[in-house]
Ligand binder design. Structure first.
Ligand SMILES: [Zn+2]
Length: 480
């Protein structure tokens, strides 16, 4: 028997084999059983999730010689011909290559002729959103008043591009992305049928990469089978497809957490030397930090995490705050956007890894505000005792007539501040010599006015109630 790709071999032939679309399946089956058959169906949803397969199953269900039946027999000539795609009464049209109004006019002419060997003449139009506006208008009249034997089944990945006038005349079914665990179990089944051994983490990776599309999963599966020599493992996938394994990322991030940046950078060099592309490295880092962020938020399902969480050591899961993980994720997402314009994408990656080393020091504005509020609370409640501090006062802020000395140190203790000039000054030529010694109480208003650009200092100066000079030191008394 000729080789058949898995996606074709596993294409569902009955509604019950259509995975992950239970709502669609049960609704259509129920309608057929009750004899409520519409003249136009619209299947929308992402690619590779079963829209075209469902259209063919529906065509069989309607035209099976035993039917209409929710469970077409699969053996009558109609069923077999529809499966093979050569039934005269089921016409499949690719909307992407038949977009013109003339193509639709041809359909309009054809629908006047009844089916040759079946109950219904069925048109399956794939990617229907690609039709031109005039083609849609031409189609509309046919959908509005179709002959009783005509049925249209439209499929589209872009529902929003299908005019509302068409949509409102169709029975609509929305197909969903297929759950990662469901895809994995289908792959397991396919591997068993092909007598191929497959590691669980490898199948999980294929399922994850297919992002909810069964067809993509089978296509990737076939590719992996072709180089796996009877046993699919993650190691083979990583080396053949040039991926960064989760263990390698864990190792790099662990080095960074232990402040061993040079080892982390060496590990990145090793990856690139092994043929992993910079782009792939960034993708895998992005996936990793996304998973850590989700774990931090309490998500436990591997299917959502996109990673087998037991592969990440506990120490690493608790190493970062949510803000830090968000920053890391942002760093790599931005990096992916930026490398297109980069002088050297490799340098960009190395820079990002180097930056990751300081990830644990990152605090978000929210975290900072929270910390400041907490400190304020502690200070006000008196639970924190402040030690005596040395204040460095900016000279330009207090350089008044009396304060020509550029560097003045103030020592704060309770409500009394002692300011002493460091050395006797040598004034610039032409300026009057003045030191702290000359500062008098009547100079206070001038000091306050000079401090207007520094509100906090100005407030402090206004609270001065007494000035006393002795030798080189000046003592200020404050009202408390
Ligand atoms: Zn049949």
């Amino acid at each position: 028997m000729a080789y058949e790709v898995t996606a074709t071999r596993k294409r569902p032939q009955i509604f019950d084999n259509l995975v992950g679309q239970e709502f669609v399946v049960s609704t259509i089956k129920h309608a057929i059983e009750q004899g409520r058959i519409a003249h136009a169906y619209l299947f929308s949803g992402p690619r590779g999730v079963g829209k075209t397969s469902s259209a063919r199953i529906l065509a069989r269900a309607l035209n099976c010689e035993q039917g209409p039946s929710a469970n077409p027999c699969g053996v009558c000539s109609n069923c077999r011909e529809i499966t093979q795609g050569n039934n005269v009464d089921v016409i499949e049209i690719d909307g992407a290559s038949n977009t013109s109004v003339n193509d639709i006019r041809q359909i309009k002419d054809e629908v006047l002729f009844p089916p040759q060997a079946s109950k219904y003449k069925i048109y399956i139009i794939d990617e229907v959103h690609m039709l031109s506006t005039s083609a849609f208008n031409a189609l509309l009249k046919t959908i509005e008043e179709p002959p009783a034997y005509i049925i249209f089944i439209f499929a589209t990945t872009e529902l929003q591009k299908v005019p509302a006038t068409i949509r409102s005349r169709c029975q609509q079914f929305h197909f969903q992305l297929i759950d990662i665990d469901l895809i994995k179990s289908c792959l397991l089944e396919a591997a068993a049928e092909m007598e191929v051994q497959a590691d669980e983490d490898a199948l999980f990776w294929i399922a994850k990469e297919s992002t909810g599309s069964m067809r993509d999963a089978y296509t990737l599966f076939d590719q992996v089978v072709s180089f796996s020599q009877g046993h699919i493992t993650m190691e083979k996938i990583s080396s053949k497809l040039g991926l960064v394994g989760i263990d390698q990322i864990v190792a790099i991030v662990s080095h960074l957490l232990e402040n061993k940046t040079s080892q982390a950078l060496h590990a990145v060099q090793d990856l690139l030397s092994a043929g992993v592309s910079v782009e792939q490295c960034i993708k895998d880092f992005t996936q990793f930090f996304r998973s850590l962020l989700f774990i931090k938020a309490g998500v436990v399902e591997d299917a959502i995490l996109g990673i087998q969480s037991d592969r990440i050591p506990l120490s690493l899961r608790n190493a970062y705050t949510t803000e830090q993980l968000e920053a890391a994720l942002e760093l790599f997402l931005k990096l992916y956007r930026d490398i297109r314009y980069s002088l050297n994408p490799r340098f960009e990656l190395e820079l990002a890894v180097s930056r990751l080393a300081s990830l644990t020091h990152i605090a978000s504005p929210t975290a900072l505000v929270r910390k400041i509020a907490q400190l304020r609370e502690e200070l006000l409640s008196g639970s924190v005792k402040l030690p005596v501090r040395k204040l460095e006062v900016q000279p330009e802020l207090i350089a008044t007539q009396a304060f020509v000395e550029p560097k003045i140190k103030a020592e704060a203790s309770s409500s009394v501040v002692a300011i002493s000039s460091a050395v006797p000054t040598t004034p610039p030529p032409g300026k009057k010599e003045a030191t702290a010694r000359d500062f008098k109480e009547q100079d206070l208003p001038l000091l306050v006015s000079k401090l207007s650009s520094a509100p906090l200092l100005s407030q402090v100066a206004q609270a001065i109630t007494g000035v006393h000079t002795e030798g080189e030191s000046l003592t200020l008394t404050f009202s408390t």
